[in-house]
Design a binder for this molecule. Structure first.
Ligand code: BGC
Length: 267
């Protein structure tokens, strides 16, 4: 756990103008991380706080941990929160890799209730990462259609057209050759089967080709922990659309959540 020291307070800028900042929380299977985000640069202001995800990770237990992180900063403004599944109108619709009791829960209300009614925006974790990468990271000089894929326990996806997010694409659940994409090419599959990078890259290629044949993106951004080893596998891919590694790494979820809360970019 990193603790929020005095350096987590937003520093005032030399111009004296108010700094535009937001707050994001990234909910993952093992940790719940949050921090204050400078929305002009996409950088965190000060440290982030990371607490362990409670087990079982039920909505009310997770909401309490989120409130602990937020209160650690004394943040009282709009709050953005990621969720590792489909979310529409604040309600969790799927729970592929989390406690099934999330399905049908109005996550926005449950979290807001722990924070005296503080406004909460909740969005899919990969959608949040995609927003952040497109604006501040690997997609920042790219116009057109960008697809971010996060390779982890599952495969998350974000589809962004000229800065506008089309939420909940769930490309990780597309059927590719009779199998769900994430069962074929998540990085957890590589680990479980002890595959080499070339062997795994073949499966990733199949997934990318399926997506590009359907929607013809201009750029793929590869995220998730395995993107830190991009030099070992991105050059092995044989699809036609350029693939670049994510740039923001483990802050992308926090940054994208803060962007969503500030802009209300999701429904
Ligand atoms: C879920 C996605 C999520 C991804 C990464 C998938 O199994 O369906 O919604 O973005 O995992 O957490």
């Amino acid at each position: 756990m990193t603790s929020a020291g005095p350096e987590t307070k937003p520093a005032s800028r030399t111009t004296g103008a108010p700094q535009r900042c937001g707050f994001g929380i990234d909910v993952g299977g093992s940790g719940i991380k949050g921090g204050i985000v400078d929305l002009e640069t996409g950088q965190l202001i000060g440290d982030r706080i990371k607490l362990l995800t409670p087990q079982p990770a039920t909505p009310s237990a997770v909401a309490k941990t989120i409130a602990e992180v937020v209160n650690g900063f004394g943040w009282t403004g709009p709050l953005g929160v990621t969720y590792p599944g489909v979310v529409t109108h604040g309600v969790a619709r799927t729970a592929a890799n989390v406690d099934k009791s999330w399905i049908g829960t109005n996550a926005r209300d449950v979290i807001s209730a722990e924070l005296d009614g503080q406004p909460v925006t909740i969005l899919n974790d990969a959608d949040a990462a995609g927003l952040a990468e497109e604006r501040y990271g690997a997609g920042r000089n790219q116009s057109g259609l960008v697809v971010l894929l996060t390779f982890g326990t599952g495969i998350g996806s974000a589809l962004i057209h000229n800065g506008t997010l089309i939420p909940n694409t769930e490309f990780g659940h597309l059927e590719v050759g009779g199998k769900e994409a994430e069962e074929r090419a998540a990085s957890s599959v590589k680990e479980r089967n002890e595959w080499s990078y070339p062997r795994w890259a073949k499966q990733v290629t199949r997934v990318l080709v399926t997506i590009e044949n359907a929607i013809w993106p201009d750029l793929f951004i590869a995220g998730g922990g395995i993107s830190r080893k991009a030099d070992k596998w991105i050059h092995l891919l044989q699809n036609r659309t350029p693939v670049v590694p994510a740039a923001l790494q483990n802050t992308a979820g926090i940054v994208g959540a803060a962007m969503a809360a500030a802009a209300e970019v999701t429904r």
